[in-house]
Design a protein around this ligand. Sequence first.
Ligand code: NAD
Ligand code: DAU
Length: 332
Amino acid sequence: MQKLLVTGGAGFIGSNFVHYALTNTDSSITVLDKLTYAGNLASLQGLPEDRFTFVQGDICDNGLVDTLVQETDVVVHYAAESHNDNSLHDPRPFLDTNIIGTYTLIEAARKHGKRFHHISTDEVYGDLELDDPERFTESTPYNPSSPYSSTKAGSDLLVRAWVRSFGLQATISNCSNNYGPYQHVEKFIPRQITNVIDGIRPKLYGAGENVRDWIHANDHSSAVLTIIEKGEIGQTYLIGADGEKNNKEVVELILKHMGQPADAYDQVIDRPGHDLRYAIDSSRLRTELGWEPKFSNFDQGIEATIAWYRENEAWWRPQKAETEAKYKVQGQ
Ligand code: NAD
Ligand code: DAU
């Protein structure tokens, strides 16, 4: 039985991975999470007590990280400041957690000779034109646009340097936009679903032409597990499920499933530096490691996600008013 240390396991994707890995393997998991505004212990309920431990703490805390990494077999590093809009208004926590936090973890993994998997994003590659026939691949040059994506790019480069210079036993994955249950209401899809539940019109940045490549969080988790089990040390794997949609299409789909007219949304101030389009070519992961996504029907995935937010208001309600108040100040 392998012992995994999952950082950021109380967040959206980290908690999905914890549930997924405990269901599909016999591993035991320790979660290290600071419980920032984005962490929620309610996302980790119902896990087997003999195989799951939660530690509240900061990935920048050397002593704590050293102890936990020493006790584990594999570090799976999800913890991050993850929201672009926040990074545009207060970048500092992004530098601390995404850069110094990653540095702290890889130093401990190097010292104790532990396997390390780094979770990253397609945003490190910048953006594509709407009509560009190419998609991002593992060899696309880095060109991040926001404080968030530049700190994620920095963290990826630290991991690559530690592999090359110190022989760190690491892999990296860069995934596209995730959706599904337990996502914070600051993010695009849950924000619009919970707005409609509250009788507020969805808010579209600019004309809504920006394209994101959507993947269900469960498919991200199965891909990460595949890379931990079969990935080649030192390699980067792009994770995506061919889910390109522009934001206007997504809002219209949410409105349709929630019984609202297709045009019942507001256009608001655009995000500064707003990336136009992300698109992932995940051929390496599929051909070399045999991974395939299971959630191919976005329409049904959105319907199920809407049902989850309707049924789990107690989970998201405490964050909703504060999140909308922040957006209001920004004119969004
Ligand atoms: P999230 O914001 O929902 O969760 C982040 C978690 O990290 C929270 O539980 C938070 O408490 C914890 N955390 C933050 N700072 C910490 C610190 N200093 N020490 C310990 N814990 C800390 O994020 P998410 O959307 O689940 O993203 C998780 C990871 O996946 C991130 O690395 C992100 O860059 C990456 N990613 C996200 C997406 C996406 O669509 N959301 C896509 C690709 C990659
Ligand atoms: O591509 C992967 C990235 O996806 C991850 O690395 C990030 O952690 C994650 O937050 C996400 O980044 P985005 O900036 O793409 O996600 P967000 O949910 O903030 O926005 C998705 C799109 O919707 C983007 O084009 C901005 C737009 N948007 C967002 C909000 C919150 C709106 O039009 N209206 C909104 O209210």
